[in-house]
Design a protein around this ligand. Structure first.
Ligand code: HEC
Length: 415
């Protein structure tokens, strides 16, 4: 599939300028059928549309070294102000843009991350990502958002989102988290996260964790997540083809040509640290991870979910291997993810995606090169940066600015 250049859609234009190709959503971790099918060659992407008329209207692209016009700077800052500061530009800011032009961008964004609106903007980001906010049936779905807001406001390392050993209540007090587990794990070990993303085999909890904090779906590079060996898994997930499938209920699932083992050999490792959290997000020491013979596939007893692991002792144990490292439980799993180089890269990707309505996760909407170079710059000065550091680096990045300016003025897409 080819993107038509004359679309004035911000999303399409921004993705092109951020270095991208048309791409299908990878939701559910299914391999992208379009992979390799779309080109990054701007000349091809600039192929004129049949009618030709739209192309004639395209203004000339911005010349790389020319400074941005006042209007372009204002357009850009007006677009990102709500995302960073939770408000629109003030009159004074508009004046400052008129006076300083491009030089207004850095000081303005650096100022915004010190405003109270910034903490709320980060709360909102996390709530959206984790599908958790509000309060229902006595469960405080604000806990992840409260933590995110505190981390942003106090300039704590952003990795605290996965490693905090406390929760934060509505008044901003540090409290014990609400799962009853003998550990905390940032936003992960909250009933808000666990209930909002519950599901059979704990797959949704595992999937969202990886997608949100490592920008990976299944299957991912084996060098990142070493697959668990077949005999370690229950028979259903060992199958690499329909013939190998010994579980009747699972025989129909080979339509996409991928054996269960391809994805579930990695998935299994990430689902395991959730094995003691029931459907209500409560940690249950007695959980066994065993399939309930009368329940749906993936359900264990009494509101718990089944493990992928064959050995009954291992199935009942939260210990697992994340990115090649042994971890005892969800807390250590969060620490390993936060320590991985995927975490800063994914944070950059999430910020760009959130601001410009693009897809993060494993999608190709945002250029990999942009993500890795921005992440490398941020972590070169501080290996555990605050979210304010990320935001300033991302939104003052020239490539990001140019892409957004180009998309909004509908220019810069073709030769
Ligand atoms: C391309 C990767 C991939 C392959 C191959 C794959 N799965 Fe999955 N599977 C997933 C993902 C991703 C989910 C989780 C969806 C979610 O809950 O968000 C999932 C979920 C499931 C679930 C839970 C269903 C539910 O509704 O919660 C079962 C059961 C399952 N898979 C069995 C299988 C079997 C059996 C096979 C082989 C026939 C297989 N899968 C092949 C990626 C895969």
């Amino acid at each position: 599939m080819r993107i038509h250049v004359h679309f004035s859609s911000i999303v399409v234009a921004a993705s092109l300028a951020l270095g991208l190709t048309a791409c299908d959503d990878q939701d559910g971790g299914r391999p992208d059928p379009a992979e390799g099918g779309a080109s990054e060659d701007p000349e091809q992407d600039a192929e004129p549309a049949d009618d030709g008329a739209a192309q004639a209207e395209d203004p000339p692209p911005r010349v790389a070294d020319e400074p941005l016009t006042t209007e372009q700077v204002r357009t850009y800052l007006a677009r990102v102000a709500p995302v960073i500061a939770g408000r629109s530009l003030t009159y004074d800011e508009s004046q400052m843009i008129a006076d300083l032009g491009e030089d207004a961008i850095e000081p303005m964004i650096s100022g915004w991350v010190g405003e109270p609106g910034f903490a709320e903007a980060i709360r909102y980001l996390i709530q959206e990502q984790l599908h958790a906010s509000g309060e229902r049936e006595g469960v405080d779905y604000e806990l992840p958002g409260n933590l995110a807001a505190e981390i942003a406001r106090d300039g704590l390392p952003w990795s605290t989102i996965l490693t905090a050993d406390y929760c934060v209540d509505a008044a901003g007090e540090h409290i014990d988290c609400d799962t009853g587990a003998p550990y905390a794990a940032g936003v992960l070990a909250t009933r808000a996260y666990l209930i909002s993303n519950k599901g059979r085999f704990n797959l949704s909890r595992a999937k969202l964790m990886l997608e949100t904090f490592a920008c990976r779906v299944y299957p991912m590079e084996q060098a990142i997540q070493i697959p668990l060996q077949k005999p370690v898994l229950i028979p259903m997930f060992r199958a690499e083809s329909a013939e190998e499938q010994v579980v009747e209920e699972a025989q129909g699932g080979f339509g996409n040509g991928n054996g269960c083992y391809t994805c579930h050999s990695q998935f299994s490792a990430h689902a395991q640290p959730f094995v003691k959290f029931d459907a209500d997000g409560i940690w249950r020491e007695e959980a066994t991870g065993q399939q309930d013979p009368y329940g749906e596939l993936g359900r264990s007893f009494d509101g718990l979910y089944a493990s992928h692991l064959f050995d009954p002792y291992e199935a009942a144990d939260e210990a697992t291997q994340i990115f090649g490292q042994r971890v005892a439980n969800l807390r250590e799993a969060g620490e390993v993810i936060a320590d991985s180089e995927l975490f800063p890269q994914c944070t950059v990707k999430n910020l760009v995606a959130h601001a410009f309505d693009l897809k993060a996760g494993a999608s190709d909407d945002i250029s990999k090169e942009l993500v890795t170079s921005v992440a490398a710059r941020i972590t070169s000065t501080d290996d555990d940066p605050s979210i304010a550091d990320y935001v300033v680096e991302v939104f003052t990045n020239e490539q990001v600015i140019d892409a957004v300016v180009a998309s909004q003025l509908d220019q810069g897409l073709g030769e």
